[in-house]
Write a protein that binds this ligand. Structure first.
Ligand SMILES: NC(=O)c1ccc[n+]([C@@H]2O[C@H](COP(=O)([O-])OP(=O)(O)OC[C@H]3O[C@@H](n4cnc5c(N)ncnc54)[C@H](O)[C@@H]3O)[C@@H](O)[C@H]2O)c1
Length: 319
């Protein structure tokens, strides 16, 4: 049994990490300020056999990070203002949480001498690559196109510096459009899959920004949980940034077609203006994840969408 601190553990991805670790018998502490997360997301993680404790607090406060770190072996850092458009609207707030908050956690983790810290980074760090539809490889230099992407690049650099200077083992995972149950469909900054799915189920027309041909490497949540667990143990992962994705790209109109089939609902999109700072193509190269983490995506796009649509239709989206 090990002790894990999950920051942002009341959010979408963090709550799945908490659930898996508690089910495996580990001790989990969640630190979350409930800005976008919900305590209800932690219900599936509260049934043991491991232990779960919830600390309501903000990573922008160093003493909170220090308190949260006490007795922990591993840190899975998910807390963030996790949205490109939100960062365009308020870049200072994004920086305060994603950069300063992450730095507080790195500092507290170093002081507490935790075994390893795994940090949630993002495919947005790549920006548009050349040629535009080429897979994104970790050796490419980051080209952030939004304040959110810049904050994640900065967090990665701090993580790498803490490894080099203090020997704190850090691993950054560059998530590519994660989806699954509990991802908030109602926020004004909702991700596209829950947004489209619930629009269809409620008989509304899903809003599509631009021409709908922008593509994403949509990745089911179970793959991300597996990548985090592997990143805590992989011997050659510290100091690295590693893609986590499905390795296949789909555009938004294709996504809408599949969701329409799965829900049996008409799928008439409502086209809207393109969004500022939106990356057009996104596809991951998974060679490094395979080599360093032994990672292989286990649930593909269609299977993940099928599971998600079934849960939503059965009223078990939050389960
Ligand atoms: N979902 C994706 O597709 C995706 C893609 C790339 C990267 N990421 C990254 O993965 C991580 C998790 O994202 P998510 O989709 O679960 O988002 P989410 O919004 O559901 O979860 C983020 C959690 O962090 C908490 N939080 C925010 N600010 C905080 C603060 N100052 N102090 C403490 N807690 C705070 C929120 O309340 C929330 O519970 C984020 O770092 C995000 O940038 C997500």
């Amino acid at each position: 049994m090990s002790a894990y601190l999950i920051t942002g553990g009341a959010g979408f991805i963090g709550s799945h990490l908490a659930e898996t670790l508690v089910k495996q018998g580990h001790r989990v502490r969640v630190l979350d300020n409930l800005s976008t997360g919900k305590e209800a997301n932690l219900e599936p993680a509260s049934g043991g056999p491991g232990e779960l404790d919830f600390l309501e607090g903000d990573i922008r406060e160093l003493d909170t990070c220090q308190r949260a770190m006490e007795g922990m072996d591993y840190v899975l850092h998910q807390a963030a203002r996790a949205s490109v458009p939100r960062s365009v609207a308020d870049p200072l707030a994004t920086n305060a949480v994603n950069v300063n908050g992450s730095l507080n956690l790195l500092y507290a983790a170093k002081e507490a001498q935790v075994k390893r810290m795994v940090l949630a980074s993002s495919s947005s760090v790549y920006g548009n690559v050349d040629p535009p539809d080429a897979p994104k490889v970790e050796s490419q230099p980051p080209r952030p196109m939004s304040p959110y992407a810049a904050s994640k690049v900065s967090m990665e650099h701090y993580a790498s510096a803490f490894y080099q200077v203090y020997g704190l083992e850090t691993v950054c995972l560059r998530y590519f459009n994660i989806f699954g149950p509990r991802q908030d469909p109602d926020s004004p900054y909702a991700a596209v899959i829950p947004k489209f799915l619930f629009c269809l189920l409620q008989g509304e027309r899903p809003p599509v920004h631009g021409d709908g041909r922008q593509s994403r490497d949509f990745t089911y949540i179970d793959n991300v949980v597996a990548a985090n667990l592997a990143a805590c143990a992989a011997p050659d992962a510290p100091g690295q940034a590693i893609n986590v994705a499905a390795g296949v790209s789909h555009d938004l109109l294709e996504l809408l077609d599949i969701l329409g089939e799965l829900t049996g609902k008409p799928r008439e999109p409502e086209f809207q203006e393109s969004r500022a700072a939106d990356v057009y193509y996104s596809l991951a190269d998974l060679s490094k994840a395979r080599e360093l983490l032994g990672y292989e995506p286990k649930v593909d796009f269609r299977e993940g969408l099928g599971r998600l649509a079934a849960l939503a239709q059965e009223g078990r989206y939050l389960a």
